[in-house]
Design a protein. Structure first.
Length: 122
């Protein structure tokens, strides 16, 4: 089950995301939004599972597929920084046609593709 403070620590403390909002809604419920630092694009809501069906899906909302794609401009800088704070990668980095990629797990087991796209060709 999602613990808001643990999730904030992972996404903001370990991954360096920006905490956009943390609003207490009462009754133990909070509205917590994060997004990658420096991005003006999409972020996401860290929501607590409430029903038994929701709780059973925590960590496998995508059925074992990758949850999100997280892009970087310096793969090995960020890869080593993430490893240093205990981010769990499920395999080594690899070169693919779409860039350098490695998959890691968030604190609930969701898979995240960490990618540095190849340089743009001129």
């Amino acid at each position: 089950m999602l613990d808001y403070d643990d999730a904030i620590e992972f996404y903001v403390g370990k991954l360096g995301f920006d905490l956009l909002e943390d609003t207490d809604l009462g009754g133990g419920k909070r509205w917590v939004r994060v997004r990658p630092s420096g991005s003006d694009g999409a972020g996401f809501l860290l929501a607590r599972a409430v029903t038994p069906e929701q709780q059973a899906s925590v960590g496998s909302q995508t059925g074992g597929r990758v949850f999100i794609f997280l892009y970087t401009d310096d793969f090995y800088r960020d890869y080593e920084a993430y490893r240093a704070v205990g981010v769990e990668f499920v395999g080594p980095p690899r070169d693919e046609p779409y860039g350098i990629v490695a998959v890691f797990k968030d604190l609930y087991g969701n898979l995240i593709d960490f990618i540095q796209p190849p340089p743009a060709s001129s």
